[in-house]
Design a protein around this ligand. Structure first.
Ligand SMILES: NC(=O)c1ccc[n+]([C@@H]2O[C@H](COP(=O)([O-])OP(=O)(O)OC[C@H]3O[C@@H](n4cnc5c(N)ncnc54)[C@H](OP(=O)(O)O)[C@@H]3O)[C@@H](O)[C@H]2O)c1
Ligand SMILES: [Zn+2]
Length: 337
């Protein structure tokens, strides 16, 4: 094994540089992981477009193999173990700062690829408490996006009030959304996909959507009401204004679960919430333990990510395809490519 490894660091707004780094021994409670694949999530924009100061290595949909375990990390983890790493790099807690929305300064929870270096690299250092054990059957490159995109959909949908058979709508058919349709279907829901235009209509049906709503051709709230109203709408598009139209599509006591992050505000009329008994809430990815459950669920129900695969040296191109909305549906970096 060579002492050096390649990593892609951000050097400014949408600028990347491929650098060589030296391997070091992992610190206390830490492991060194040879990254095999890393998905490119829209949340990588936090690292690539600010507000984090460059340079940082983005990427938090990682599958790899432990190369070395630091002091205190080796009780349950050994070199050779196959592991996953998602967005939350630590235990199931966040600090006081997070409660006020200042998650970039969380003292307890390293955010992989955002506040600490992530997986656009051949090697990543991670806390043992944030590692996900990869069940047999999970494929390295194909399944890397399940570590964040998949988990976010799985935990968001499971935390919702929808029962099997009830109408669940997935807004935004990108990395998260195309998996969300499959998870919702696997959970036994009747699924409506909400996209922009008709280009993804057929694919939505292939993924398991029973209904397709083109949000540019009709009001998605009215369209959902025609279908009887949604028990849950899970909104993945990074578009606050577009989410506002979804509250009117909820069934009585329905929930709008917000997972797409957008600085634009979401507008809701209080009377809508009161008379419909509706709620609007956010959902943040999930813990390492939930991720293990998520991977087993995805395997059992053949949930799979549709990926475009790139070598590490083409990380900038892969990111550009994601951020411009061209990728179908997830870009994944294959370190072995
Ligand atoms: N809550 C969490 O824990 C969590 C975890 C992961 C990601 N996220 C966030 O979730 C969002 C989505 O991430 P992603 O990786 O899935 O992004 P992505 O792959 O870029 O997909 C976003 C999709 O939203 C669609 N879209 C945009 N505006 C829309 C609108 N007005 N109506 C319907 N669809 C619209 C786009 O499709 P078209 O351009 O084809 O219309 C695009 O495919 C990001 O904001 C990301 O930061 C949150
Ligand atoms: Zn993510």
């Amino acid at each position: 094994m060579s002492d050096s490894y390649r990593a892609v660091v951000t050097t400014g707004h949408r600028r990347f540089e491929l650098v060589e780094r030296e391997r070091r021994d992992p610190g206390p409670g830490e492991v060194r992981v040879a990254v095999e694949a890393c998905g490119i999530c829209h949340t990588d924009a936090l690292a690539v477009e600010g507000p984090r100061p460059a340079p940082i290595v983005p990427g938090h949909e990682i599958i790899g193999v432990i190369e070395a375990a630091g002091p205190g990390a080796g009780a349950s983890w050994r070199p050779g173990d196959r592991v996953g790493i998602g967005f939350l790099g630590g235990p199931d807690t966040t600090c006081e700062a997070c409660r006020w929305g200042d998650f970039l300064n969380c003292a307890d929870q390293p955010l992989i690829g955002t506040t600490v270096d992530g997986g656009y690299a051949e090697v990543v250092y991670a806390r043992a408490t944030g590692l996900v054990r990869i069940p047999p059957g999970v494929e390295t490159v194909n399944d890397a996006p399940l570590l964040c995109a998949g988990l976010t959909m799985y935990s968001g949908l499971l935390s919702g009030r929808a029962r099997p058979g009830s109408l669940v709508a997935v807004q935004g058919i990108g990395g998260l959304g195309h998996l969300g349709i499959q998870y919702a279907r696997a959970l036994g829901h009747r699924v409506a996909a909400i996209g922009r235009g008709t280009a993804k209509k057929e694919l939505a049906a292939e993924l398991g959507a029973d209904e397709y709503i083109d949000g540019t051709a009709e009001d998605p709230g009215e369209a959902l009401q025609r279908l009887g109203g949604a028990s849950v709408v899970i909104a993945t598009a990074a578009a606050g204004a577009a989410m506002s139209a979804l509250v009117s599509g909820l069934a009585r006591r329905g929930e709008l679960i917000v997972v797409g992050a957008d600085p634009e505000p979401l507008e809701v009329r209080p009377a809508q919430l009161i008379f419909g008994g509706h709620s609007v809430r956010g959902s943040l990815t999930g813990t390492a333990a939930e991720n293990e459950e998520n991977l087993r669920f995805a395997l059992r129900h053949a949930v799979r990510s549709y990926n475009e695969v790139f070598p590490l040296s083409e990380a900038a191109k892969a990111y550009q395809r994601m951020i411009s909305g061209e990728v179908r549906f997830r870009a994944v970096l294959d370190m072995r490519g």
